[in-house]
Design a protein around this ligand. Structure first.
Ligand code: 8YV
Length: 315
């Protein structure tokens, strides 16, 4: 039987890389240039039955098409927006993700970003470090408790955010359907934005949610409203967001995800109204270990000829 080769599309933790290498030969796709990739595929394409990738990296269609023996795309993450799932499923290829284990961390970061944004924590920290405290007090922030929180997408992560923010104030949510949850469902996103002080994005990225938050929704959120995004950059029209921040259309935005990671528009970096983090919502030692173990469990199942345990359902 031919050797299985795993194609690794982006950097992974040392632990996951070590464990992966114990199971099969691994090739780092992201270390090769275009010519190197072409040559490598000429010699090895047929031997690749596994792709390991991150949620924000996914796997491009042309690479999938170039791998005739591919059997599993193991995503180290919960988002599968960068994988053409219908195309992959049509070929009987599994796509696995790492659900549940990252839910709490992502929800924790959403709350942290909310507090950081309204209370100005990044700037307050810099204020102390720069020795400016002796020259006077730090400007007042805005209160978090008692606010109206609007959550877009009440899936696992949205629900965990809602359960945490319920301790701070009123929670309402928008999604395709009402969920069995003790929070007010708002079928109209514009109305949710209008009646929320803080709009938090926790929906999946797909064609329906692409630029869901546009100039109109930001206008409904209004000059006193804040946006928090731990979903995907594609959910927000970044140009409209920048315009809203520049013209006082909204009060501020906390963003863990961006349209074109890892590049972040200068206008967001230089804005005094933003709180930015580098896509770290699931990035804790504990969660990344659990995510790695879940990726390995899916690979082990494939090797043993079983269905990967957290494979997306095939039609
Ligand atoms: C990770 C993510 O940062 O779960 C996702 O979809 O985007 C994040 O948890 C990423 O997948 C790390 O590889």
């Amino acid at each position: 039987m031919k050797d299985r080769i795993a194609l690794q599309l982006g950097p992974l933790s040392d632990y996951l890389e070590t464990e992966l290498a114990r199971r099969c030969p691994v090739t780092r796709w992201y270390d090769m240039d275009d010519a190197g990739r072409r040559d490598w595929l000429n010699d090895h394409a047929d031997a690749v039955d596994l792709v390991v990738t991150g949620g924000q990296t996914g796997c491009p269609d042309d690479l999938i098409a170039a791998l005739p023996s591919l059997r599993l795309i193991a995503i180290h993450g919960v988002g599968y927006d960068k994988v053409n799932v219908p195309m992959v499923h049509q070929r009987g290829i599994y796509v696995s993700t790492t659900p549940d284990v990252l839910t709490d961390d992502v929800a924790d970061l959403a709350v942290g970003l909310t507090i950081g944004l309204l209370r100005g924590l990044p700037r307050a920290d810099r204020f102390v470090r720069d020795g400016r405290w002796t020259g006077g007090g730090f400007p007042l922030g805005r209160r978090v408790s008692g606010r109206r929180f609007g959550i877009v997408g009440l899936g696992r992560i949205g629900r965990a955010i809602a359960d945490r923010l319920h301790g701070f104030g009123g929670v309402a949510y928008h999604g395709r359907t009402a969920k069995d949850a003790p929070y007010r469902f708002e079928p109209d996103l514009r109305a949710l934005a209008q009646t929320s002080d803080i709009l938090l994005l926790a929906c999946a990225a797909n064609a329906q949610t692409y630029h869901l938050i546009d100039a109109d929704i930001l206008g409904a959120l209004g000059p006193q409203g804040y946006l928090v995004n731990v979903a995907r950059g594609s959910v927000v029209d970044e140009t409209a967001l920048i315009a809203a921040l520049e013209h006082g259309g909204i009060a501020g935005a906390a963003l863990d995800v961006f349209a074109d990671e890892p590049s972040v528009p200068d206008a967001l970096i230089s804005s005094p109204l933003t709180h930015l983090t580098p896509h770290i919502a699931s990035a804790t030692i504990e969660t990344r270990m659990a995510m790695a173990d879940m990726v390995l469990a899916n690979i082990d199942a494939l090797i043993a000829g079983r269905q990967p345990p957290t494979a997306l359902a095939q039609p």
